[in-house]
Design a protein around this ligand. Structure first.
Ligand code: ADP
Ligand code: MG
Length: 293
């Protein structure tokens, strides 16, 4: 039988926009030490747009967009959508490509006109070991300072263009971090995005700990690291990449509009997609526990 208090809790939770899949998680929420948030799509809206382009000599912005949109042609990633949209807006049509491959947490690649072309971020760059030309490096530094995500267009291993993408921090995120601090909790951010962008967003929100440039397969290890320090950890995420971390955390919390895999890996689902509901979850859990004693 379901204990009465728990039954009341879950229906209270439901009324507060939370779908509790694991009732024990509800109880554990009162003893949390740290809440870890994914960045893109969780603390930010996740709807990105290309706001700036840099290219090396001999490559026009249109060339760069054409090639990048071609390689991103198959990807569902938000960055891919933004690149295709930017190409469409400029009336740049795509070429044909073969051997599409998504490189999880890194980028994409395909073959175009016999050339191997990649589009991806810092993780991809370090794997390919291509030299970033100074003009692209300067562009990326400036973009990073403005919390913009940078992805590179890489032709046969050589970066030839960079795109800066702007995402918007969710209106609620700032208050969420403050409220969690008031409850005595530590707040961390876990992202595949660059160190620069992660630090800029973390500084804006007052987040205590940042894990950046983390590959999808390594996200759950960061949760384990915190747990090994004796901390009880909640993970909040929306993406396929967050699923192992959601499973590993003491409480996995998925944004309701997130991917199915994330939702299925979570103990609690935020039906209204409002990260503020994480605060409500902790408060509700603490209040019910007091009643039980
Ligand atoms: P997050 O952890 O912030 O949710 P992801 O793990 O989805 O982000 O992606 C991490 C990084 O990998 C992105 O910031 C980007 O640099 C790169 N990346 C992933 N997919 C793509 C893609 N389709 N096109 C370009 N870059 C990509
Ligand atoms: Mg995400």
């Amino acid at each position: 039988a379901i204990p009465l208090v728990v039954a009341i809790n879950t229906s209270l939770a439901a009324r507060n926009g939370m779908l509790v899949r694991d009732r024990i998680a509800m109880e554990r929420a009162r003893t949390l030490d740290t809440v870890v948030f994914d960045k893109t799509g969780t603390l930010t809206e996740g709807e990105q747009g290309v706001v700036d382009i840099a290219t090396v000599d001999g490559v026009s912005e249109e060339d760069a967009l054409r090639l990048a949109a071609t390689v991103e042609g198959d990807s569902e990633h938000m960055i891919a959508r933004a690149v295709r949209e930017a190409a469409d807006e400029r009336g740049v049509s795509r070429e044909t490509a073969t051997d599409f491959e998504a490189l999880k947490g890194r980028g994409v690649r395909a073959t175009v006109d016999g050339e191997r072309v990649h589009v991806g971020g810092p993780n991809l760059l370090s794997e390919l070991e291509g030299d970033v030309p100074p003009e692209l490096e300067r562009f990326a530094d400036r973009a990073g300072e403005n919390a913009r995500t940078v992805v590179y267009l890489i032709r046969d291993g050589e970066p030839v263009a960079a795109f800066a993408l702007a995402d918007v921090v969710r209106e609620e995120s700032d208050r969420v971090v403050d409220a969690l601090h008031e409850l005595g909790l530590e707040v961390a951010m876990l992202t595949g995005d660059s160190e620069d962008v992660a630090r800029a967003v973390a500084a804006e929100l007052g987040i205590d700990t940042v894990f950046a440039e983390v590959l999808p397969e390594d996200k759950d290890e960061k949760i384990t690291e915190l747990q090994e320090q004796g901390k009880s950890v909640a993970m909040v995420g929306d993406g396929v990449n967050d699923a192992p971390a959601l499973t590993r955390a003491d409480i996995g919390i998925a944004i309701g509009s997130g991917t199915d895999v994330a939702v299925q890996s979570a103990d609690v689902i935020l039906v209204q997609n409002n990260p503020m509901d994480v605060v409500r979850l902790v408060k509700l859990s603490r209040a019910s526990y007091r009643k039980m004693q």
